[in-house]
Design a protein around this ligand. Structure first.
Ligand code: ADP
Ligand code: MG
Length: 342
């Protein structure tokens, strides 16, 4: 049977397709996890070269360790610990990197009317969630005025910091992991890798997709460890979750957890979890903590004001609140003109 030209070309194309899809491919997912910064760090990437995957993943892990040794409040030799020990007595020169992250944190404080405040640590360091320890109400009352981001005096030109009050401490736990994830993603991109996910505990960033399909990211039920209440398909985005189940203990029926209200020095009780989607992980990490402190109504109002930001907030009653970008188009409406977060 003679085939017409068109039919023959169709067959050739079909054959090529079959051959291509059968041809052996050496590209594969490279997956590695390590515990750094007190958190599981997870890197997953797609590459044709195992050697490249290994080298780049090692560089990412090294970067996480570097940031930890710079910003850990628990390592006495970290730049942050030295700053905390001295900045109430004298002006301290710090690295541009630490300076920028403190500046970024203070921008979030301004945006949120002080809900995000890295001086929470002035009281926060007295909580030990593993040992079920907390400061007494009296301790909190006498020290509460140490929490105020306006006590941090920055001099950008000189790259210096001074605390305006005795006893002020800072902690970047609400934003540093997102920063570390972003730096990891920069390393992966510089390696020429186009599809990857990096997560540090509750902070993740994805570049590309998962081989033509989105990554399925679950939001866990805050009260049931192995149950997701929502699964969101994601690609090319960052996502952070803050929850009252991460570090906590329960005493006399009260849940004491690691996200504190700067106004009271106590754990925030009106929220169970917040998930924020956005362009990069330093933004989503900082905002997930911020929205957690603000609660559903004010938190969603802030998310609506910010360009490229979406949020899912689970309140103290277990009710799920969504920002308009995650709602069906008929219910969605952005009211205020978007503001920039970066
Ligand atoms: P994690 O991923 O560790 O659960 P989150 O992004 O949820 O972190 O932020 C919680 C951390 O943020 C706390 O462990 C603490 O270091 C810091 N933090 C707690 N309360 C505040 C606050 N009001 N403002 C800024 N940072 C805070
Ligand atoms: Mg956070």
């Amino acid at each position: 049977m003679a085939l017409g030209y068109d039919a023959m070309m169709k067959r050739v194309a079909l054959l090529l397709l079959v051959l291509l899809s059968c041809s052996p491919t050496h590209a594969e997912w490279y997956i590695q996890s390590e515990a750094i910064m007190g958190t599981p760090i997870h890197v997953e990437l797609w590459s044709h070269s195992e050697k490249l995957s290994k080298t780049c993943t090692r560089q990412v892990m090294q970067e996480m360790r570097r940031i930890d040794s710079l910003m850990s409040p628990y390592k006495p030799e970290s730049e942050l610990a030295i700053l905390n020990a001295k900045a109430s007595q004298q002006t301290i020169k710090i690295s541009p990197e630490l300076f920028k992250l403190i500046e970024r944190s203070m921008h979030l404080s301004e945006l949120s009317d002080g809900a995000f405040d890295i001086t929470f640590a002035s009281i926060g360091y007295q909580y030990d969630y593993r040992k079920s320890q907390k400061p007494s109400d009296q301790q909190i009352q006498t020290q509460l005025d140490r929490i105020n981001y306006l006590h941090i005096i920055l001099d950008k030109k000189a790259s210096t910091v001074r605390f305006a009050k005795q006893g002020v401490r800072i902690d970047l736990g609400g934003i540093a992991k997102g920063y570390a994830v972003d730096n990891g993603i920069r390393i992966i991109k510089d390696c020429g890798i186009k599809q990857a996910l990096i997560s540090a505990g509750g902070d993740s960033r994805i570049i590309g997709d998962r081989k033509g399909r989105p990554w399925m990211t679950g939001i866990r039920d805050p009260r049931k460890k192995d149950k997701s209440i929502l699964v969101i398909p994601l690609s090319d985005t960052a996502v952070s979750t803050s929850g009252d189940y991460e570090r906590y203990f329960i005493k006399d029926g009260v849940r004491y957890h690691h996200i504190l209200s700067p106004k009271t020095g106590k754990s925030v009780s009106k929220t169970r979890s917040v998930t924020v989607l956005g362009p990069d992980a330093v933004t989503t990490d900082g905002l997930s903590t911020t929205l957690f402190v603000l609660g559903a109504a004010k938190g969603l109002a802030l998310a609506e004001r910010l360009e490229g930001i979406d949020a899912v907030i689970i309140d103290a009653a277990g009710k799920i609140h969504y920002s308009s970008g995650l709602m069906p188009p008929s219910q969605a409406k952005k009211t205020n003109p978007p503001a920039s977060i970066r």
